[in-house]
Design a protein around this ligand. Structure first.
Ligand SMILES: [Zn+2]
Length: 325
């Protein structure tokens, strides 16, 4: 498949995926503060932003969450004594750099868990950006995500418009950005009195990474793990690579204190990584049954193309043809 076909295909499944996933979600009012149960018990840090909600989730670690869009994406600001790292920059609906400026005066470098639109949306607001040098990363950095590819993010029932009264939904897109430094698997980021290790975890996308703070026992998992439906249906998704990657993370679990995933719940328990490996093994071995209908008896998603495997704390949404390979 040539590169253009590859990306057209990717985009098609991306749109199909996000639309159908959303269409099958129970109707939810994205302005409803009572629904924000995933932040219960966390220390909220007030900022001037109406769009982002900030929580102190670890030693000098801020979760910058976007609860008013159905993705419920979370970026993290990690502070050292000399520098700060912004791990992901959100979906580009709000101006994340203004929140970051309220939280730290240190120079900020951006690194993305992967190059999907909901994690690179604010990259263009920053000058210092680290990235892996993969074809996938370079493509999205150069091109951004056009309005057509991300318009479902700003459908009237996909987010709380009251929180973004000035947003021009008709022109919303993800802007391209310049990578300032290329890094590799194992790269160490020194923030001053705090080091972070980059761990390549291809699977969800070819450029997916996790970030490890060994001294504090923190692991940022990106979209490789979060406590909701884990999307494994893109053209860039590689299930065999995903299996290896989650094993790599699970092997760290005994040394970890907290997981920081990129969607839904900002803090999760390291034991979930063992559950993840076990659950995914069941899927790959074919011993886990597929969920075909929701609680109203309606077909789940576009069931011809994708299937969902539900477990206690998370589920997988997988393309059927990926399972055959
Ligand atoms: Zn994501």
């Amino acid at each position: 498949m040539n590169q253009l076909n590859y990306f057209l295909c990717l985009m098609y499944f991306m749109l199909l995926g996000s639309y159908s996933l959303y269409a099958q979600t129970e109707p939810k009012g994205w302005c409803d503060e009572a629904d924000l149960t995933m932040y219960r018990g966390l220390e909220e840090i007030k900022t001037s932003s109406d769009w982002f909600k900030v929580f102190m989730v670890g030693k000098d670690v801020y979760a910058i969450a976007e609860p008013y869009n159905y993705e419920e994406v979370i970026s993290y600001l990690i502070i050292g004594t000399k520098k700060a790292l912004l791990f992901d920059s959100g979906n580009g609906l709000g101006l994340i750099s203004s929140v970051v400026k309220e939280l730290t005066k240190l120079p900020v470098t951006v690194l993305n868990s992967h190059s999907h639109y909901d994690h690179i949306g604010g990259n263009h607001e920053f000058d210092s950006i680290l990235a892996l040098e993969t074809e996938y990363t370079l493509y999205w950095a150069k091109n951004g995500w056009s309005h057509d590819l991300v318009k479902n993010e700003v459908a009237p029932d996909a987010f709380c418009m009251e929180k973004l009264p000035n947003l021009d939904t008709a022109s919303y897109h993800i802007k391209p950005f310049s990578i300032s430094t290329f890094i590799n698997d194992g790269h160490i980021i020194d923030l001053g009195q705090r080091t972070l290790e980059v761990i390549s975890v291809p699977g969800h996308t070819p450029d997916a990474i996790a970030l490890l703070d060994r001294a504090h026992g923190y692991l940022w998992t990106g979209d490789t793990f979060y406590e909701a439906t884990i999307w494994l249906f893109f053209d860039g998704t590689d299930l065999k690579a995903y299996k290896k990657s989650i094993k790599k993370l699970a092997d760290l679990s005994a040394s970890l204190k907290k997981l920081f995933p990129a969607h839904n719940t900002p803090v999760s328990e390291p034991i979930r990584l063992l559950e993840l490996v076990d659950a995914f093994d069941q899927v790959m071995k074919g011993t886990k049954s597929v969920k075909e209908t929701n609680k109203n008896g309606l077909p789940v998603y576009d069931e011809e193309a994708k299937v969902i495997y539900e477990f206690e704390h998370f589920s997988f949404l997988i393309r059927k043809d990926h399972l055959k390979n």
